[in-house]
Design a protein around this ligand. Structure first.
Ligand code: ZN
Length: 419
């Protein structure tokens, strides 16, 4: 295939026909689908050929690729871009964070440029206290023609937590402000695209449960969510342990992040209230993969395996009852690297029993339709940005095929990828 031909600029249009077209929303791919796009956006997609005036009177596609699959570029919905995730050594992780905000930003910039080579075209950053995510979000919005390519980024800035409780490395405390409303207003003034809350602690792997009481009760969360909504911002909550999850559901959060130990009745409520779930399998699975290095004994390892098995069951139940499931790897957390481990997150959802097309939808259309991004992407349909993956390796058979060589078509550029 002449990959250079797929590049385009200005309003030059390209008309492709591909063997399989996965649009990011539907359960059933289109066979022998047509796609017309220019550097800016998709002009036509579907089973029918485009109208002649859309393709300058051409009567046949410019390129017919019967063995290729086209799908939307991937959206990583939970990553901490300020953190180097692949690092396993706890001391090295700690010393990494002693660097200046400027150094952290320099390294994060390199990280995001690399993401396009994983087929990731957008990231919902999940928070940092040094302004790294906010600077990247601003850089994206203010980029000019000719600047290096970068994926769409949005960020909550510093996550909100309580003094003395979990979250200090990625957030700042609500006690710095007179009220919940003031705290949210300060985040918005700093440039936050959305509001990240830390209402619970993390899992105690030795005990196999969340042992600490939630940081925030439902009334406190309701105030924070209401304030965010008044500013037109979505909210997302780090929540593990069923007590804390109860609080965030009652407060009307937009997405539950992690959600370990979630109960079926809580998933029922989430389906009813259109609260989405970002289950982040990777950070816990990595504790299993590297148990020895992380210092876990056999009891602990068996706890971890039980936690993952229950999480898998919850995922399947959530899918059955129609909870919107969104893919996020928690890249940046211990052992979870940016890019490649997003594909690992997708593989873990497939291993849990979700079929590959549904998994692809969690990383494309589900995110795009639920997370109120400021630009249209993540779906193959007219009006969405030209940010797609073209591959000969059939991700519809297994998402592991997304690790194989493919092309990321991004605003008229052609970027080879590998994971
Ligand atoms: Zn996180």
């Amino acid at each position: 295939m002449d990959t250079e031909f797929l590049a385009c600029s200005g309003n030059t249009t390209r008309w492709l026909q591909v063997g399989t077209l996965i649009d990011g929303e539907s359960r059933t791919p289109v066979t022998d689908g047509h796609l017309v796009f220019d550097a800016g956006s998709i002009l036509h997609a579907g089973a029918e050929a485009p109208a002649p005036d859309l393709v300058g009177g051409r009567s046949a596609p410019d390129l017919v690729l019967p063995h290729h699959t086209l799908l939307p570029g991937l959206i990583e919905a939970h990553a901490h871009l300020f953190l180097r995730g692949g690092e396993l050594d706890p001391d090295k992780r700690k010393s990494y964070l002693t660097q200046s905000a400027e150094m952290l930003l320099t390294q994060a910039r390199r990280r995001i440029a690399a993401l396009l080579h994983s087929g990731i075209i957008a990231v919902r950053d999940a928070g940092d206290k040094d302004g790294v995510g906010l600077a990247l979000s601003k850089a994206y919005r203010e980029r000019k023609t000719g600047d290096p390519l970068m994926p769409y980024i949005d960020s909550p800035g510093a996550a909100i937590h309580h003094r003395g409780r979990y979250g200090g490395f990625m957030g700042s405390v609500i006690e710095e402000h007179a009220s919940a409303a003031d705290c949210v207003a300060a985040r918005v003034a700093a440039g936050a695209d959305r509001i990240k809350l830390i209402p619970t602690s993390i899992i105690n792997f030795k005990k196999g449960r969340v042992t600490a009481k939630p940081q925030m009760d439902a009334p406190r969360l309701r105030d924070l969510v209401a304030a965010a909504n008044r500013h037109g911002r979505q909210t997302f909550a780090h929540a593990s342990g069923d007590e804390g999850i109860d609080h965030v559901i009652r407060a009307g959060i937009d997405t539950v992040e992690h959600g370990y130990f979630i109960r079926p009745d809580q998933l029922d409520l989430m389906a009813e209230k259109n609260i989405a779930w970002v289950p982040t399998f990777a950070p816990v699975q990595k504790q299993i993969d590297h148990a020895e290095l992380m210092g876990w004994d056999n009891d602990c390892l068996s706890n971890l395996k039980t936690i993952i098995a229950n999480h898998q069951k919850s995922l399947i139940y959530a899918d059955q009852i129609g909870v919107t499931i969104i893919a996020g790897s928690d890249a940046g957390s211990h052992g979870v690297s940016h890019g490649a481990d997003f594909i690992y997150e997708l593989e873990l959802m497939e291993q849990a029993g979700l079929d590959p097309i549904k998994v692809i939808n969690t990383a494309t259309g589900n995110s795009a339709n639920r997370l109120a991004f400021s630009e249209p992407f993540g779906r193959i349909k007219a009006g969405c940005k030209s940010r797609m993956i073209l591959t000969a390796h059939r991700p519809q058979d297994t998402v592991s095929n997304l690790r194989k060589n493919q092309l990321c078509l991004f605003d008229g550029h052609v970027i080879p990828t590998s994971n």
